[in-house]
Design a protein around this ligand. Sequence first.
Ligand SMILES: Cc1cc2nc3c(=O)[nH]c(=O)nc-3n(C[C@H](O)[C@H](O)[C@H](O)COP(=O)(O)OP(=O)(O)OC[C@H]3O[C@@H](n4cnc5c(N)ncnc54)[C@H](O)[C@@H]3O)c2cc1C
Length: 466
Amino acid sequence: MAATDTSAMHAHAWWQAVSALRAGLREHHADILIAHGEVVEKLAKLHARIPFTTLFSHQEVGNGLTYKRDQAVAAWCRNNGVQYREFPQSGVRRGGINRDRFRKFWMSRIAASPPLQVPVIRQPQNIRVLAASTGFPSLPMFNNHATAWQPVSEDAAAETLNDFIGCRGKRYRGGISSPNTAFEAGSRLSVHLAWGTLTARQTWHAVRQRLAELDSRDPSTPRWRSSLSAFLSRLTWRDHFSQRLESEPGLEFNSVHPCYRDIPYENDPRLLKAWCQGLTGYPLVDAVMRCLAATGFVNFRMRAMVVSFACHVLHLDWRLIHPHLACVFRDYDPGIHLPQLQMQAGVVGWNAIRIYNPSKQLTDWDAGCRFTKQWVGELRDVTVDQICNGDISVDYPAPVVPFAARSRAMADILYRIRKTEKARAETSAVYNRHGSRRPDRSFRARKRKPPAPQQRTLFDDVDSEN
Ligand SMILES: Cc1cc2nc3c(=O)[nH]c(=O)nc-3n(C[C@H](O)[C@H](O)[C@H](O)COP(=O)(O)OP(=O)(O)OC[C@H]3O[C@@H](n4cnc5c(N)ncnc54)[C@H](O)[C@@H]3O)c2cc1C
């Protein structure tokens, strides 16, 4: 609860999910005990009252803190004769995996067998019902803020999934790049996958079933197919990135590529504050930061843009911006978040170094400035031309730093590192440990070679839809 990457948005999500679960169980005369405190201490207390013999939990890919907590729990179980059983819920292999085998392993976990049907809960036999403890913040405490946050419960997850595969998903391809459309066209399943109100296996099989049911005579079928296939790819990326953190937990603290660990970031606290508060003077960046603080969501491209802006233009270390960003993501998942931060900061070594130009992103993805005006109230009465040309005379900050000179300076630093012999040699090693392998047949021939470095087309990003 006190970790720098935990926020009220996350605590609210847990509370909401567990409250819904509790309400369902109470109908069957069972209950959930919610304890707030250090876990080993609480387990010891509970064990003194009820000497349980087995402890069940899900297997979490978390950060250093939760990893240490899990080790402490395992040690406590060993010392107290309690069997500790953790259940994997993803396609991530505990302790690491040879990347050549990852896809096969993932398919065996997620795609091979359909999820278990939830059994009908009968009147529980021999279950002792515990009185709920206090000490955890209650829902009303969040009420002032929580109205714009996506609900997190199993019912909400099922509704979102059904709505996506039955209706909204058709617009997925082509719809997830713009912040004006992604709130509707994106699956919006990330919060559920992050907090466990839906599993990847449930999602995968529901989408595969929908694909199988598509009628080839229906003119909208090709669009559905392409959208749902694009979605399934992203679902596999989730575990692809989480596996990186699981295999190499140190990447929470250091870039995965050793040659990018000493970049001379300025880390100016005034620039960090301006970025966090959405007061950089770059309208789209400010709109995204304010939207995140209020809703906890924005699409991939906008997330990537604000990270690129912070690291490449404001010269802030990705480790410095990590806690704030984690706290304003309702779907915070360290396994995706940390590797993505490094990728967007350009410190992974083999990905294209993408420096997003916020002015170009504005004209490409928010040409009418609808999203920008929604979140940057000061600009509501300013014309689109004035916003796009930076000709703003209202009470709104001037750009805190010049984009071109600052991004060029950081690009020079990153490319100087990239060109060294040492970096090239390390890139191969890091890629072999963590790089994605192609599922097609050409993969065999290519698997040990990192992709060729991309051309230096930095200032107009040319990536795919994401
Ligand atoms: C800097 C940065 C940090 C991010 N941090 C998080 C995070 O903490 N939690 C999180 O869930 N997503 C994170 N993402 C990935 C992505 O932006 C979100 O998953 C996505 O925007 C959520 O929208 P959606 O629910 O509509 O998902 P969809 O676009 O419909 O995708 C479906 C699911 O696939 C997974 N996914 C999608 N894109 C990616 C990706 N690029 N890499 C890995 N998995 C992906 C997610 O689990 C997502 O819910 C981050 C991206 C960036 C650039």
